[in-house]
Design a binder for this molecule. Structure first.
Ligand SMILES: Nc1ncnc2c1ncn2[C@@H]1O[C@H](COP(=O)(O)OS(=O)(=O)O)[C@@H](OP(=O)(O)O)[C@H]1O
Ligand SMILES: [Mg+2]
Ligand SMILES: [Mg+2]
Ligand SMILES: [Mg+2]
Length: 383
């Protein structure tokens, strides 16, 4: 097929470039955070952290999407707002965000995108952040952005992701996940000791091994997902970047399967998933990983299962899942709620109607076993 006939090809192209830029931004901020300035981290009303990187990525991606697709017509659903940043005592923080955004936009040409003619000022940066206030929904096109997913992992120097998706008529049609601390499989793995290496790759950062992050992306219906290494400032990889096709694992024996879940108990019920794991015969210790890197790990065949069971009453947000779900599905995996139904991205900022939790598997046979175990054990759980 000719390139211009492929639907969403410009959108995917811009989204991948924007996420590469966002990863570059995050890596710079994360390095600074770890060594110098803990005051760059603020607490939100729900006590979750937000940083200079969250706001800066949101402003940068919003600015790029508006430039490429028109600020009048582009609709963006994203996590952050400008409340904290606009407070009188946040002047220093806002200043850091403005500097970070401008430093990042200055390298846009390296990714084949346009820089602003002049550096953005406070009002333009705030405007770019607050423009992402769409509520999504079933009609039209909406970009969905989690500027930093797994902010806790980010501030702890561990895994995090930049997630960008496009929803069209209620369906996720493009998914892009930037994983700055998740190296490409082929460059990392020898065929021996595979599991141990994956465990250490995902859970214990070591400075030399973490340089290479990756960006993984897909388009609905393509049946393919692709991963690219990040473009480094030392010019090891020049844009245009190469990409490798990824696929889910073929393992369907529970005894050999690896399952991932959130790090924090507060975000997912670890004892409930331990019960499920036991009843379907999973033998390995759970791999606890921050952020949507869990979806990336399933899509690339580094793990077979990802389960998240939040506390009753917590409503999952679309930006925490949209990109990852499509990437796993196109790479050959299965994602549903705990009742076996597909996730519904058409009903605003929440995954309305989600039945209990999310179950992501590399294949249908593992998936059926887990859904069966949820069904069998639900009554005895204490969620
Ligand atoms: N109470 C509660 N229950 C479930 N989920 C919650 C909850 N509070 C927040 N969140 C959302 O979870 C996102 C982080 O998920 P993770 O899988 O990375 O969790 S963990 O940090 O590894 O524990 C996190 O995304 P970010 O805010 O982008 O980091 C939140 O959107
Ligand atoms: Mg998130
Ligand atoms: Mg976030
Ligand atoms: Mg957050």
């Amino acid at each position: 097929m000719m390139e211009e006939e492929v639907k969403y090809s410009k959108e995917l192209d811009v989204a991948v470039r924007a996420v590469h830029m966002a990863c570059y931004l995050c890596q710079r901020v994360q390095k600074g955070l770890i060594t110098t300035s803990p005051d760059q981290v603020k607490s939100k009303d729900d006590d979750s952290p937000v940083t200079v990187a969250d706001w800066s990525v949101q402003a940068t991606v919003s600015w790029i999407l508006s430039e490429c697709f028109g600020s009048q017509s582009v609709s963006i659903v994203a996590e952050e707002d400008v409340q904290t940043l606009s407070k009188a005592d946040s002047a220093g923080l806002l200043e850091m965000v403005i500097t970070t955004v401008n430093e990042c936009l200055a390298i846009a040409p390296k990714f084949g995108l346009k820089s602003p003619d002049e550096a953005l000022g406070a009002s333009q940066v705030l405007e770019a952040i607050s423009r992402c206030n769409s509520n999504g929904g079933p009609v039209g096109r909406h970009w969905v952005l989690d500027p930093v997913d797994g902010t806790l992992g980010f501030v702890r120097g561990n895994q995090y992701a930049v997630a960008l998706a496009l929803i069209d008529c209620g369906q996720v049609v493009i998914g892009v996940l930037g994983c700055p601390n998740y190296p490409m499989k082929k460059e990392w793995l020898n065929n021996h000791e595979q599991h141990e290496r994956i465990v250490s790759k995902l859970s214990s950062p070591g400075p030399d091994l973490w340089e290479e992050g990756s960006v993984i992306y897909t388009r609905k219906g393509s049946g393919e997902a692709w991963v690219q290494p990040l473009v480094h400032s030392d010019k090891k990889f020049e844009w245009p970047n190469f990409a490798k096709k990824v696929q889910v694992s073929r393992i369907n024996d529970p005894a050999l399967a690896t399952f991932c879940e959130p790090v924090e108990k507060a975000n997912s019920d670890h004892s409930f998933t331990a019960g499920l794991a036991h009843s379907v015969g999973l033998r390995k210790q759970p791999l606890r990983v921050y952020s949507m890197v869990k979806y990336a790990a399933i899509a690339q065949g580094d793990a077979e299962i990802f389960m998240k069971f939040a506390k009753a009453g917590y409503k999952e947000k679309i930006w925490d899942h949209a990109a990852g779900v499509l990437i796993v599905q196109e790479a050959g995996g299965v994602v549903t709620d705990a009742g076996g139904r597909s996730l519904d991205f058409s009903r605003g900022i929440y995954l309305e109607g989600l039945d209990r939790g999310i179950v992501t598997c590399s294949g249908i046979s593992l998936h059926e076993k887990i859904i069966g175990a949820v069904y069998a054990s639900w009554d005895s759980s204490n969620l």
